[in-house]
Design a protein around this ligand. Sequence first.
Ligand code: F6R
Length: 632
Amino acid sequence: MQQLSYERIPTSVYGTADEASAAVANEIAALIRQKQQDGKPAVLGLATGSSPKKVYAELIRLHRKEGLSFQNVITFNLDEYYPMQPDALQSYVRFMKEFLFDHVDIPVQNYHIPDGTLSMEKIREYCLDYEKQMELHGGLDFQLLGIGRNGHIGFNEPGSHENSRTRLMTLDQTTRVDAAMDFGGLSKVPRRAITMGVLPILQAKRVVLIAWGEHKAGIIKQAVEGPVVESVPASYLQGHHNVSVVLDESAASELTSRKAPWLIDDVVWDRAMIKKAVANLALILGKPVLKLTNKDYNDYGLSDLLAQHGQAYDLNIDVFNWLQHTITGWPGGKPNADDTNRPERADPVKKRCLIFSPHPDDDIISMGGTFQRLVDQGHEVHVAYQTSGNIAVADDEALRFADFVVDFNDRFNITSPQADKIFRDAARFLRTKKDSEKDTDAVRYIKGLIRKGEAKNTCRFVGIPMENVHFLTMPFYETGLVQKKPLGEEDYQLVTDLIDKIKPHQVYAAGDLADPHGTHKVCLDAVMEALRRLKAKDFMKDCWVWLYKGAWAEWDIDQIEMAVPMSPDQVMKKRLGIFKHQSQKDGVVFQGTDEREFWQRAEDRNRKTAELYNKLGLAEYAAMEAFVRWKF
Ligand code: F6R
């Protein structure tokens, strides 16, 4: 087959962001050491944001454990919001100190971060000088970059010219929406930033762009495989002589090497690869699977598959049947039925099912239809809410509820000076609360209670008893800030104990790695670790784990192992279930990157999954929820 290179920038893909970050940190460390040997400074261009945090953590580790010194390191950061005080929570000065500079031996005078406190008149000159400083130090030896979902590098937003210089830039709407989480709401995100231009970035001797997570996969494909265009500033990197893109598997997932590897190289045609290729071919051609012909296979680079596996007719039927067998209205297994070709076992007829919901609404948003079916079909369904979700509640909601308690007490002659005091303290705190200031314990607790009440309301609506509703309030989440703690023993123990107590036949967990808050991934890690710890237990032999995706993305069609269809009525019922989460409606605190309401996103995705099945030639349903089985 013709060897095609779709990637226009050398790309390395690692299994995890941790491994990839370590590789990047090692490259930086090698450069610093080399320069030390040569008696020269190492001039680094540095980025902020979520992506480089693990690179910096590894550099700190190398400093502490392996004596990597930063004495000869000179750094220039890409950008800073404008206006911005250096000690503000969202300042990149603060970020760099917190995640790198305060933990290594870099001399204070060696790092440079654009100044967000300047007056407007001074910015132009300041920017010219910023670039001059870089030149005086011999230019950047290494530039680390992240990439925005809109393709920005630094804050060079779409439309930025290849020759653009360091300047004040108006932030794109996507950038502001993505930053809203850190600022506690879109309206609080600055409208401008000072950014290093595209030109000085491209003048660096070496450039490494890093990206992790599914939410970056689409833009990475455009930057790496698409044409060089102003609308995707990262695509300018295609013209650099020494650039690499370093990704984890999720961020690489849209690249041709992942989506259609047969177009690039020889592949092993196992069942999974066959499914992927046939479904892909059918979707490209807009034909149902059963109508694909030998010619279609040959014309679209699949002659190799055809040669090894016979006729289109056989391949089509095989893949069609496989798709058909993933569809079931019996997510807990169909009683007294032949289950050879069903996603779930028929026995035991009544199963214990444990749904893990990272935030208090993920169960209903992501698998509300399946949740309802499990209950209606008589299974013992438990839900474990992993985190309190308290940071996603608006301040005035917290006040409204505290006020309610006072009025309630008043009305029913309950004398409670404590409740009065909590309300008064909360009101005073919230009146003077600064942007993104950490809430008091009482306010956080009230916010958590609001979400708890909403989750309970959903469970009543779906029809499970309150003793089956478990609020884990995992401690890693309880920082009161967007930045969470790493998982600790107490977190693992909470999850492990619950699984051990319920001894479920089915565990459902959010495999939703595109969650921009990162909380879903952490919650999944906790469930995986708990299952690993319990592996030797007897009940675990009968425990199947199903991963759902949530509000942000969906499984690829070839990955889906169980698709649970929904009728129009079931779609409507699920919508009403999502409505129980009133604090998450009508412009939530952490909207994420999608401006639609959660119920709209969920319905849209569930409808699209059903449409996909239909396009491939299977029955037409109103909506479908999709699951992948995790075999551990
Ligand atoms: C940060 C910067 C931005 C980020 C980009 C990705 O200094 O210039 O270009 O690199 O927005 O941000 P994260 O890594 O948070 O996804």
